[in-house]
Design a protein around this ligand. Sequence first.
Ligand SMILES: O=C(O)[C@H](O)[C@@H](O)[C@H](O)[C@H](O)COP(=O)(O)O
Length: 268
Amino acid sequence: MAFSGDGKDGRELRVYENLDELKVDLVEYIAKLSDAAVKERGTFAIALSGGSVIGLIGALCQAPYRETVDWSVWQVFWADERLVAKDHPDSNYKLAKDGLFSKLKVLVLPSQLHSVNGLLSAEDAAVDYEFVIRQLVRTRLIGVSETSDCPKFDLVLLDMGSDGHVASLFPGHFDPDETEEWVTYITDSPEPPSGRITFTMPVINAAANVAVIATGSDKAEAAHLVIDDAGPECPLPAKMVNPADGKLTWFLDKLAASKLGSCAQSSE
Ligand SMILES: O=C(O)[C@H](O)[C@@H](O)[C@H](O)[C@H](O)COP(=O)(O)O
């Protein structure tokens, strides 16, 4: 690792020489959190997103993780989803299914994958997904925050876009003051497809662990603005990720970290 350290507000920054190093550490991080959640709660509620994430965690399907992770207790959700059919190339569910769960075969059953109904209208899909989550909070397959009534996912895995968006919370396209809803929707996403549903910021910030991943030089400016707290006035969505009772860990490759303040540039 090129750099590892605790930054402001208790967040941890991990900067890697290259993608291969990042992938190795990211899957180990997920496996450890899964083990810890299983010991503590007997279940592991993880929320995935789209973009590069699934490509970075493919090693979970291989040795040793295929054998050592207790897949039977995983409950998988999507922090955001595009409003398309589950077999559409734009579907985040399909991305995860093809890249991960179909390779794990019977280790993870379809009933453990809580996908979004992308065939509903945007509003209905958001209401429907929030209902699904509420049922599972009730049965404690998902934990509940001690300080709000929000679900407490064991891990929310986010991939930051080059504009500083996370999940499908895009700058200028989300309500930074949202407090009521757990899942919301947009019909004018700046990135296609235009219809998406997404966790709200209160749900992301109620998680026990949030990982934000940024790789590639196109993420460098947004990473600098967010991590170095360098403007703009209107906060980028990624800058609002700050779990109240949880831990925030950033995973960056050197390209994405190339504009960060000096401490994150030094080698160990
Ligand atoms: O459904 C989505 O579009 C994603 O959840 C989105 O938040 C993505 O993760 C970022 O846009 C980064 O994507 P890249 O890694 O491809 O830049």
